[in-house]
Write a protein that binds this ligand. Structure first.
Ligand SMILES: *Cc1c(COP(=O)(O)O)cnc(C)c1O
Length: 390
């Protein structure tokens, strides 16, 4: 590659991959929460966040959790996943999608993804169904919905539950329905790397009324505390297996300040996304890299901007050069089936060719609310410079 004058950038000049931001009322609401004398879970701000999500996404029942990881763990408990169960999920995902079910002793059936969206491939799900199958876990990668009609059809035919990992899909839609509200259960993340944040946080969306009471119990350490506070039972006691899955109301207060700015955050992310597309479009037109694809009937929440390079060598070379020049682009995921844990479960390289191919070619570019146009121009400029003369 050509040598550059500005190859020794100071750290201060580096564009980080992510930067958490505040929308204005975070500190005020957190202080208000403590002054009210209720800093533990299920206070006023938890209620406000849950109502906000229920109203804006037409979700029937929402419970805030400490993370998307814990919402997935609750979902596994709610669907009675145990050591006799098989769970069908993509290998191209974050570890929590798998751990939640492995913790219940389930057998994981990793399947391949679609070329266009990098979402779980319904054809592969069909082939993986056995008489032990219990749950399908579609992961809405980059905030673009999976083929939910096909997935729900397969689930209905075989009596399986669908648990949507919508960690990245908050405020995205599939055929007019919000991601997270389409399966029997859905999970959101409010981790600092997601669109709406509170540091660590999540939500469980319960789309089957029959599971609401059990979900409240599991989330409250296996007690009927929620029913007790509503006056539905006269004693509060241990009734089921459970854990502590509810976040402090202080974190809910922070989150509410973000949720009330949902449109503003989304519009800004849309602007960042479109500027990247505009500046990288010419490289895509020349076939040098591929940009994200959003199929008909699906909307994006502009969670991330990834590019797909021609091969692994270009991915590694471009990543190295971007990082050397102060652009903290990253790679993800090591496919779960080729990770040390995946291999210990009997998986091997070569089993899921699309996942292995695309994960070795994908790069995520810096993407956060405060990323300014100048930085985006600089990042796109560095990418164009890498391919100069190609
Ligand atoms: C971020 C993420 C999670 C985990 O979310 P936490 O809130 O950090 O637990 C799970 N699944 C996917 C697909 C994610 O992107």
């Amino acid at each position: 590659m050509s040598s550059r004058k500005n190859s020794s950038l100071s750290l201060a000049d580096a564009v980080p991959f992510n930067r958490p931001c505040m929308m204005g009322n975070e500190i005020k609401y957190m202080a208000e929460c403590v002054k009210r004398g209720h800093a533990s879970g299920d206070g006023v701000f938890t209620e406000r966040c849950q109502e906000f999500i229920e109203n804006n996404f037409q979700a029937s029942k929402v419970l805030l959790t400490t993370s998307c990881t814990s919402a997935l763990e609750m979902a596994a408990l709610l669907c009675d996943v145990d050591s006799s169960s098989e769970v069908i999920l993509p290998s191209y995902t974050f570890v929590s999608t798998a751990n939640a079910f492995l913790l219940r002793g389930a057998r994981l059936r990793f399947v391949d993804i679609c070329e266009d969206t990098l979402n779980i491939d319904p054809k592969q799900i069909k082939d993986a169904v056995t008489d032990k199958s219990k749950v399908i876990v579609p992961v809405h990668y980059a905030g673009v919905g999976c083929d939910m009609d096909e997935i729900n059809l397969i689930a209905d035919q075989h009596g399986l539950d669908v648990i949507e990992d919508a960690a990245q899909g908050v405020n995205s839609q599939y055929k007019g329905r919000s991601l997270g509200t389409i399966g029997r259960l859905g999970t959101f993340s409010f981790h600092e790397t997601k669109n709406f944040i509170c540091g660590e946080g999540g939500a469980l969306l319960i789309n089957d009324e029959a599971l609401i009471e059990k979900a409240e119990i599991i989330r409250e350490k296996g007690t009927n505390r929620s029913q007790f506070f509503r006056g539905e039972v006269d004693k509060y006691t241990w009734v089921e297996l459970g854990s502590s899955f509810l976040p402090s109301d202080i974190l809910a207060a922070f989150l509410y300040a973000q949720l009330e700015n949902m449109d503003r955050i989304t519009r800004q992310r849309e602007h960042i996304y479109n500027l990247y597309l505009e500046l990288l479009g010419p490289l895509a037109e020349r076939g040098i890299l591929r940009l994200p694809i959003i199929p008909e009937g699906r909307t994006s929440n502009y969670h991330m901007l990834y590019i797909i390079t021609e091969d692994a060598q270009v991915q590694q070379g471009l990543l190295k050069q971007l990082n050397e020049r102060g652009v903290n682009a990253v790679f993800h995921y090591v496919p779960l089936h080729t990770s040390p844990m995946g291999e210990s479960l009997g998986y091997r390289k070569g089993m899921l060719p699309v996942t292995e191919d695309l994960s070795a070619r994908l790069i995520r570019l810096p993407f956060y609310f405060e990323l300014d146009d100048g930085s985006i121009h600089r990042i796109a400029g560095e990418i164009n410079a890498y391919f100069d003369g190609v």
